[in-house]
Design a protein around this ligand. Structure first.
Ligand code: CA
Length: 229
């Protein structure tokens, strides 16, 4: 799963792109105005931004230049209506990772997104394993010791996120910004509540919890079998 911002003012196209990427299990947000997009990019952590060139208030190229100048590191795919070589070159020079020319196939777009994620070392959808858990991000399934465990969507995302970053400690705030939508009403208590429920659903008696609390800092994935506890 990746957190993706789609910046485009053609609402029909935005709907199609959002729908397609959500079917690929990404968390997708949208912006239709240039300045709004830049502010969102600077204040949220996206893995990929799909950035149209022609936008109201600030064009895609200017957004990209300012974003990179400010140290913004998300993968950026420029979308241009024109097939002018100039636009592509300007975009790539300004720090775009890739570009697409309209009209494009949604399948092609999804493939470019995967390529940018791979290049930026954001893991894509393989089956994940941890202790006796098998987590299938594509099918949205978790098996524990071969048996189905029913998780709510955000519980699933939280588990997937932790398993994909096994040695890192995250504050509740970082989990909130990585796993929840940027405009969410969720609170830190929501994150804590999800962690409690995941533990209840997934922990085994006599074993350390699947999610370890690091006091004063936050949470990390629990120790794996054979790891020091
Ligand atoms: Ca546009």
């Amino acid at each position: 799963m990746a957190k993706i911002l789609v910046v485009e003012d053609e609402t029909d196209l935005v709907g199609l792109v959002k729908g397609w990427l959500e079917r690929e299990h990404h968390l997708v947000e949208t912006a239709c105005d240039g300045l709004e997009a830049l502010i969102r990019m600077e204040t949220n952590k996206y893995d990929v931004v799909l950035l149209d060139m022609m936008l109201p208030s600030l064009d895609g190229l200017e957004i990209l230049k300012r974003y990179r100048r400010g140290g913004g590191a998300a993968g950026v795919i420029m979308i241009t209506a024109r097939s002018h070589v100039d636009d592509k070159e300007l975009g790539l020079d300004a720090g775009a990772d890739d570009y697409l020319t309209k009209p494009f196939q949604l399948k092609e777009l999804a493939a470019r997104v995967r390529a940018v994620l791979r290049r930026n070392h954001v893991p894509t959808s393989d089956v994940l394993r941890f202790r006796d858990l098998v987590i299938d991000p594509h099918e949205f399934k978790v098996l524990k010791g071969g048996k189905d465990v029913h998780l709510l969507p955000k519980e699933f995302r939280l588990l997937e996120f932790l398993v994909r970053h096994p040695h890192q400690v995250f504050s509740a705030d970082e989990l909130l910004s990585s796993v929840w939508e940027s405009d969410t009403d969720a609170l830190l208590d929501t994150v804590r509540g999800h962690i409690t429920r995941l533990r209840k659903k997934l922990d085994s008696e006599g074993e350390p919890s699947i999610i370890a609390t690091v006091y004063g800092v936050g949470y990390k994935l629990g120790p794996d079998e054979g790891e020091p506890r």
